[in-house]
Design a binder for this molecule. Sequence first.
Ligand code: FES
Length: 88
Amino acid sequence: MDEHNFNQIMRPRKVCVCRSVDKKTLEEAVKNGARTLGQLTLQTGAARNCGTCLPQVIEILHDTLEQVEAAESGQEPLPFKKVENAIE
Ligand code: FES
Protein backbone atom coordinates (compact mmCIF):
# COMPACT_ATOMS: atom_id res chain seq x y z
CA MET A 1 0.00 0.00 0.00
CA ASP A 2 1.44 3.35 -0.98
CA GLU A 3 1.33 6.49 1.18
CA HIS A 4 -1.62 8.01 -0.69
CA ASN A 5 -3.81 4.94 -0.14
CA PHE A 6 -2.73 4.70 3.50
CA ASN A 7 -3.67 8.35 4.12
CA GLN A 8 -7.03 7.85 2.39
CA ILE A 9 -7.84 4.94 4.70
CA MET A 10 -6.62 6.61 7.90
CA ARG A 11 -8.23 10.00 7.24
CA PRO A 12 -11.28 10.64 9.47
CA ARG A 13 -14.46 10.03 7.52
CA LYS A 14 -16.58 13.12 7.08
CA VAL A 15 -20.07 12.96 8.53
CA CYS A 16 -21.04 16.20 6.82
CA VAL A 17 -19.45 16.39 3.39
CA CYS A 18 -20.90 19.84 2.62
CA ARG A 19 -19.18 21.44 5.62
CA SER A 20 -16.30 18.96 5.98
CA VAL A 21 -17.18 17.99 9.56
CA ASP A 22 -16.02 14.64 10.93
CA LYS A 23 -17.42 12.52 13.78
CA LYS A 24 -14.68 13.49 16.22
CA THR A 25 -15.46 17.20 15.76
CA LEU A 26 -19.14 16.57 16.52
CA GLU A 27 -18.35 14.47 19.60
CA GLU A 28 -15.94 17.10 20.92
CA ALA A 29 -18.54 19.84 20.46
CA VAL A 30 -21.05 17.87 22.55
CA LYS A 31 -18.44 17.14 25.21
CA ASN A 32 -17.65 20.86 25.29
CA GLY A 33 -21.23 21.94 25.89
CA ALA A 34 -23.43 21.58 22.80
CA ARG A 35 -26.57 19.95 24.21
CA THR A 36 -29.12 20.44 21.43
CA LEU A 37 -29.14 19.85 17.69
CA GLY A 38 -29.32 23.60 17.14
CA GLN A 39 -26.27 24.23 19.29
CA LEU A 40 -24.34 21.40 17.66
CA THR A 41 -25.05 22.46 14.08
CA LEU A 42 -24.36 26.10 14.88
CA GLN A 43 -21.01 25.33 16.52
CA THR A 44 -19.76 22.85 13.93
CA GLY A 45 -21.58 23.91 10.76
CA ALA A 46 -22.75 20.32 10.19
CA ALA A 47 -26.21 19.75 8.68
CA ARG A 48 -26.59 23.39 7.70
CA ASN A 49 -26.58 22.88 3.94
CA CYS A 50 -28.21 19.92 2.13
CA GLY A 51 -29.24 18.07 5.31
CA THR A 52 -28.21 14.64 4.08
CA CYS A 53 -26.07 14.15 7.18
CA LEU A 54 -28.81 15.17 9.62
CA PRO A 55 -29.78 11.62 10.74
CA GLN A 56 -26.14 10.79 11.46
CA VAL A 57 -25.59 14.11 13.29
CA ILE A 58 -28.64 13.39 15.47
CA GLU A 59 -27.35 9.88 16.20
CA ILE A 60 -23.92 11.21 17.19
CA LEU A 61 -25.56 13.86 19.40
CA HIS A 62 -27.71 11.21 21.07
CA ASP A 63 -24.86 8.75 21.62
CA THR A 64 -22.42 11.38 22.86
CA LEU A 65 -24.99 12.91 25.22
CA GLU A 66 -25.49 9.46 26.72
CA GLN A 67 -21.76 9.15 27.30
CA VAL A 68 -21.53 12.65 28.81
CA GLU A 69 -24.52 12.10 31.09
CA ALA A 70 -23.21 8.70 32.17
CA ALA A 71 -19.80 10.16 32.93
CA GLU A 72 -21.36 13.00 34.91
CA SER A 73 -23.52 10.63 36.94
CA GLY A 74 -20.83 7.96 37.33
CA GLN A 75 -23.02 5.31 35.66
CA GLU A 76 -22.67 3.19 32.55
CA PRO A 77 -24.73 4.54 29.59
CA LEU A 78 -28.00 2.77 28.86
CA PRO A 79 -28.18 1.39 25.30
CA PHE A 80 -31.50 2.98 24.28
CA LYS A 81 -32.01 5.98 26.54
CA LYS A 82 -34.26 8.61 24.99
CA VAL A 83 -32.92 12.18 24.90
CA GLU A 84 -35.62 14.78 25.53
CA ASN A 85 -35.54 18.13 23.76
CA ALA A 86 -32.51 17.24 21.65
CA ILE A 87 -34.00 19.00 18.61
CA GLU A 88 -34.58 22.74 18.67
S1 FES B 1 -23.80 16.61 4.06
FE1 FES B 1 -24.15 17.81 5.83
S2 FES B 1 -25.29 19.51 5.09
FE2 FES B 1 -24.84 18.37 3.31
